[in-house]
Design a protein around this ligand. Structure first.
Ligand code: ZN
Length: 191
């Protein structure tokens, strides 16, 4: 198990690699290893959380059988291939069978997966998997739109490119009517 001190030493090594041994000791970089590792505590806080715990508390849906959609959930994540940030919006929906969850849980579920080393496909699939596993809904749908730092500041250098991924489960996969209704709701003007 790597300790925090070892992780900070590793950052110091990276700074020396970038700046050269002498320059890496300047004042502005003195506390950078500490700041980097502390900020990673937030950026990668998803590792300390479990979807089972998050979706544990459900409520009686009192017969509600329509779409529950939380859209425009902003998220920040980190590409596991380049350690570059990627950021965007998630739209998360389900159709409950008896049990519903507090709506903030859907946003927290996105963060739980986004705040790890990731690719966008895996976040999308994982959120849909968790909804299915823990809520047993009639359908679950997850759509992510994101711009990727590793494509903007390096490599192919496309600033405006947006990557979209989607996972459709249950009735959203089987029935084009359910999918159409969902898409209409997602495209409603923002309040
Ligand atoms: Zn990348």
């Amino acid at each position: 198990m790597t300790t925090k001190d070892e992780a900070m030493t590793a950052v110091r090594t990276l700074l020396a690699y970038l700046e050269g041994e002498g320059n890496a000791n300047r004042e502005g970089l003195e506390a950078t290893p500490q700041r980097v590792i502390d900020s990673w505590g937030e950026v990668f806080s998803g590792y300390g959380q479990s979807a089972a715990e998050l979706l544990n508390a459900t409520f009686n849906g009192e017969g509600y059988d329509g779409i529950v959609l939380l859209r425009n959930i902003e998220f920040h994540s980190t590409c596991e291939h380049h350690l570059q940030p990627f950021r965007g919006r998630a739209h998360v929906a389900y159709i409950p069978v008896e049990r519903i969850v507090g709506i903030s849980k859907l946003a927290r579920l996105v963060d739980l997966h986004a705040r790890r080393l990731q690719n966008q496909e895996r976040i999308t699939k994982s959120v849909a998997d968790d909804l299915e596993t823990h809520l047993h809904p009639l359908g679950a749908a997850v759509i992510l739109e994101a711009s990727h730092g590793c494509m903007q500041c390096r490599g192919v250098a496309k600033q405006e490119a947006i990557m979209t991924t989607s996972a459709m489960r249950g009735v959203f996969f089987d029935k084009s009517e359910a999918r159409s209704e969902l898409m209409q709701l997602i495209q409603q003007p923002v309040l």
